[in-house]
Design a protein around this ligand. Sequence first.
Ligand SMILES: Nc1ncnc2c1ncn2[C@@H]1O[C@H](COP(=O)(O)OP(=O)(O)O)[C@@H](O)[C@H]1O
Ligand SMILES: O=P(O)(O)OC[C@H]1O[C@](O)(COP(=O)(O)O)[C@@H](O)[C@@H]1O
Length: 304
Amino acid sequence: MIFTCTLNPSVDYVVEVDNVELGDLNRAKKTAFYPGGKGINVSRVLKKLGITNTALGFVGGFTGEFITNSLKKEGILQDFTLVDEDTRVNVKLKSSVETEVNGQGAVISKEKEQELFEKITTMTAEDYLILAGSLPPSISPDFYQKIAAQCNENNVHFVVDTSGKALEEVLPCQPFLIKPNQHELGELFNVQISSIENAVKYGRKLLENGPENVIVSLGGDGALLLNKEVSAYANVPKGELKNSVGAGDSLVAGFISSYVENGDLIEAFKYGIAAGSATAFSSDLCNKSSLENLLPEIKIEILN
Ligand SMILES: Nc1ncnc2c1ncn2[C@@H]1O[C@H](COP(=O)(O)OP(=O)(O)O)[C@@H](O)[C@H]1O
Ligand SMILES: O=P(O)(O)OC[C@H]1O[C@](O)(COP(=O)(O)O)[C@@H](O)[C@@H]1O
């Protein structure tokens, strides 16, 4: 089974405004609510690609209920840990540019943390676990590390898509895949990544710390797949950018969906890029046909 784990889910409230005037009344042209949080987006895309998976994480209150109902409607299996506080609402303001305001997240008690951890102890070598997104502030900062160590004990393949200290600390546990974007990669080394050469250089430095595969996504400028054997660059298809929310999560879902079926890293990389771009060109997350239409446009260049 593939599991996703979203410690800090969200209801994404997308608001479209023609020209935002700060300090003034703005009227939205369109609004929509989506179940969000990185692992939940991965679960939604996997399901759209025909891959059965189970969503784990903490949900609570009326916003948590919106998430569980939405996933149920989409036929996604779920085994959430219920908490008392409302799941956060993240605001995605779309105007000439995209602006995001993400909430901090619900307070999670130590008992609930343990309840979720126990679900992870039952996973086996047949399973994949995708740990994605930020940690709510009340969670022990080393919780991802603790989960990763447990995965190693049970030979569970695990993927980590997070940033900052949480990402840095989990690297020695040798995740199968990590997927920083260029800003998250730069933040780890206190540098600005502004060229592909630099992204390769710092991405390969990350590899030395433990992960088996690193994908560095560079938005509209392409992406890199780095591991001990290969440094590969992929262009991204051209199209009208409608929505970058969930593009990175779609890349992770596309990659895993292909890898579990074919075991080919380069093919999986290509499929992941197509998923990310298909989401970037849609108002919600991608689907299988929008993804597959983009595949012929993606060329992989081996750099070493
Ligand atoms: N402007 C764009 N044009 C085409 N594809 C894009 C664009 N922005 C993002 N993508 C797709 O989404 C993937 C992830 O985007 P990125 O912005 O790097 O990640 P994140 O959402 O994690 O910040 C990219 O590798 C690419 O496939
Ligand atoms: O946990 P974080 O880092 O606050 O991110 C949560 C946000 O990320 C998203 O999952 C989108 O992520 P990506 O754009 O990186 O794919 C949103 O649905 C959600 O609002």
